[in-house]
Design a protein around this ligand. Sequence first.
Ligand SMILES: Cc1cc2nc3c(=O)[nH]c(=O)nc-3n(C[C@H](O)[C@H](O)[C@H](O)COP(=O)(O)OP(=O)(O)OC[C@H]3O[C@@H](n4cnc5c(N)ncnc54)[C@H](O)[C@@H]3O)c2cc1C
Length: 377
Amino acid sequence: MTNNNHNKRLLLLGAGHAHMVAIRQWLEQGTVLPKDTILINPEPEAWYSGMMPGLIAGRFAREDCLIELEPLCQQLGIQLQLRRVVSLDIQSQCVWFRDGGNLPFSLLSINSGSVTHALPSDGSIALLPVKPFADFYRRWQTWRQDNPQATDVAIVGGGAAAVEIALAVSANSQLHGLTVTVYVDRDVLAGFPANVSGRVQKLLGRRGVKIQPQARVGYIENGMLYRSDNNRIASADVVIAATGSAALSWYHNSQLSTDSDGFILVEPTLQAIRQSNIFVSGDACSLANNPRSGVYAVRHGDVLARNIPAQLQGNPLQNFYPQTKALALLSTGNGGAVARYGTSGASHPLLRPILGLWKDQLDKSYIRDHSVNGAYR
Ligand SMILES: Cc1cc2nc3c(=O)[nH]c(=O)nc-3n(C[C@H](O)[C@H](O)[C@H](O)COP(=O)(O)OP(=O)(O)OC[C@H]3O[C@@H](n4cnc5c(N)ncnc54)[C@H](O)[C@@H]3O)c2cc1C
């Protein structure tokens, strides 16, 4: 790093998967960052999404599924600030925080993820969006403690997250007595190979999870779930929203170029369009053929690890090329897993324990590799 760069301020916004990977690589490679480098995150830990179903299933403790940020930042010699960004001002090159403060930057890297698509509600039923994970887990625990007699859990959504949470709740012996119903607009795991979605549906049935297909929930009112056409669907004691990824509102309020869903458009170098000093990675960015998943966010980390120092030093940047297929391992909640790779899938009951062991190994090694201390070290 040149002396010139010592006076620059690098803001790493959000302890998402991509930043965790980049930080680990900078540590391994002894990369010197500007003295004024700050990681900003609302909580002192980074959560790992792949282990969230195992946490709900009671297979892991909270601390098994997260990376403590302070020791990591100390080791890299950067500052950690526990704050939440609420806006980004391109003109003054500054981010604003919920606490009213702001920080100008020379170089900004946004890896603050996505939120769950909002489900309009009058507040008559506890509504728990699956993202952000820290909030979801806290609110799920509180709901369980405060409502020991409640039984009806509604899960809205039919993708991987909805299915994993349904299987996790149904596998947890401490949660017996809860009735889980999945409300889905088409069918569960609609985009998955037919053998995987078919077998997972059977498994859900055997675990007592009810599936309500063709039930697109539009809103919640007076303790009931409704379709958008005002037809009543059902009542519930709690609603878990796994309705897909939505952009944080400040992404599209920031004057950065965004796509029609509000995610920030990036060049293949992961630089925001026409903003060479702003990198965007993980769920926050919009790039052709790049689905929103932890697998892709982790791969972005490799490119960020090279491109941020290269940009500071005026060196050429590397492009990110999204892989055409990625492995998805879905937890069945009891230590097993099913797999999808492109259009192929593996879900036979005899394979599930082996796939589950493989998933556990991958997940635990992610936490171990990115933690200075803590679980698995
Ligand atoms: C239940 C569930 C299970 C999943 N399982 C898998 C899986 O097994 N494999 C897979 O590939 N994908 C999985 N996903 C998808 C995966 O979670 C996301 O694609 C991934 O987390 C995106 O990572 P990211 O790097 O964009 O940011 P994230 O990992 O989402 O992290 C964002 C960080 O930014 C912080 N932040 C948010 N807002 C602000 C703000 N305003 N200011 C400052 N900081 C902020 C957050 O606190 C968080 O630390 C799962 C999703 C869900 C819901």
